[in-house]
Design a binder for this molecule. Structure first.
Ligand SMILES: O=C(O)CCC(=O)C(=O)O
Ligand SMILES: [Fe+2]
Length: 315
């Protein structure tokens, strides 16, 4: 698909592997900004480099404002070269006729886009998926700098990928896509114009927000695995359960620009972040009133820079 990096599943796709949860963690979101691209500190000699099974490893991190703005690369003062020049096609353009994506963020100068699709499936089906995921995931709630992170989480990958997810001083072991993930991808990818399983996302961050106090602070999904600071990428997010607010914020707003974009992500809805959004924007799910019900969110991504030790990296 022009403009999009895609995963390359191994022979034997789709994977019906056994869930294999080893560990996961992330920076304490009470710091309210979770930049995941910080340099890692040297590991202390007395500690093993590998996280122990079933647990995540976290180190103290200090919040840091975004670095100074990058140089502009486009013409006539544009931040980036144009979408047309790059051949970037948006989900709203790739989706089949009749599927009405609402492009909520259209930042042409930065080649950043975010779109929303209300639930295309029935409430009953959404509830079924919610239960399958809630009961079929070994949820982890690792410690951040100030205690347990305020949500539960898992990092899932297509069969054969062994890439850990490292961000915010935390290293997370991968879990192979369980059968319900394959089912979900089969239902939702066609709404995004992705019809061939070999083009499906090969990684997914799964979060469980048990109530309104669960949240994720400002961050961007800019880890080297996805290369979102350097090229167009697409992240597709599915929300199930309690509707929650989702905010996007410009890193380097210019005079007169609206710095924030807000959405409400309801049960069964999809939301995308496309192009260079992980370079120019941060996003978050803010804390709300405690008595809100549970929500599950899946953010599908394409791992394009596999670890040297990963079989996918060696092919
Ligand atoms: O829950 C959401 O909608 C966003 C989750 C997120 O930003 C992430 O997993 O990186
Ligand atoms: Fe994110």
């Amino acid at each position: 698909m022009p403009g999009y990096p895609v995963g390359h599943p191994p022979p034997g796709w789709p994977p019906y592997g056994h869930p294999h949860v080893l560990g996961y963690g992330q920076l304490d979101p009470r710091l309210d900004r979770r930049s995941r691209s910080r340099r890692r500190r040297k590991p202390s000699r007395s500690r093993s480099r590998r996280p122990r099974k079933g647990a995540a490893r976290a180190r103290k991190q200090k919040p840091r404002p975004p670095p100074s703005p990058p140089e502009k690369a486009g013409v006539d003062g544009a931040w980036e070269v144009s979408k047309e020049e790059k051949g970037l096609q948006l989900t709203s353009e790739l989706a089949p006729p009749g599927v009405q994506w609402d492009v909520k963020l259209r930042d042409v100068s930065r080649r950043c886009f975010a779109a929303f699709l209300p639930s295309p499936i029935s409430d009953a089906r959404c509830r079924e998926f919610f239960q399958k995921i809630r009961d079929g995931t070994e949820w982890l709630q690792p410690d951040g700098a100030l205690g347990p992170i305020p949500r539960k989480t898992s990092w899932m990958v297509c069969q054969g990928c062994t890439c850990r997810y490292r961000y915010g001083g935390v290293e997370v072991e991968p879990v192979t896509y369980p059968p319900w993930m394959i089912e979900l991808l089969g239902v939702y990818m066609p709404y995004c114009g992705i019809n061939n399983p070999s083009d499906w996302p090969n990684g997914c961050n799964v979060n469980l927000y048990e109530n309104g106090s669960h949240q994720v602070g400002w961050h961007s999904d800019d880890e080297p695995l996805f290369q979102g600071k350097f090229r167009d990428i697409r992240i597709i997010s599915l929300s199930l359960g309690q509707p929650r607010r989702f905010d996007l914020k410009l890193n380097w707003p210019e005079e007169g620009e609206q710095p924030e974009t807000h959405m409400s992500l309801g049960c069964g809805s999809l939301c995308t972040m496309e192009g260079m959004t992980q370079k120019h924007y941060m996003h978050r799910v803010p804390r709300e009133s405690e008595n809100l019900g549970p929500r599950i969110n899946l953010t599908w991504r394409w791992v394009v820079q596999h670890a040297g030790s990963c079989a996918h990296g060696r092919r």
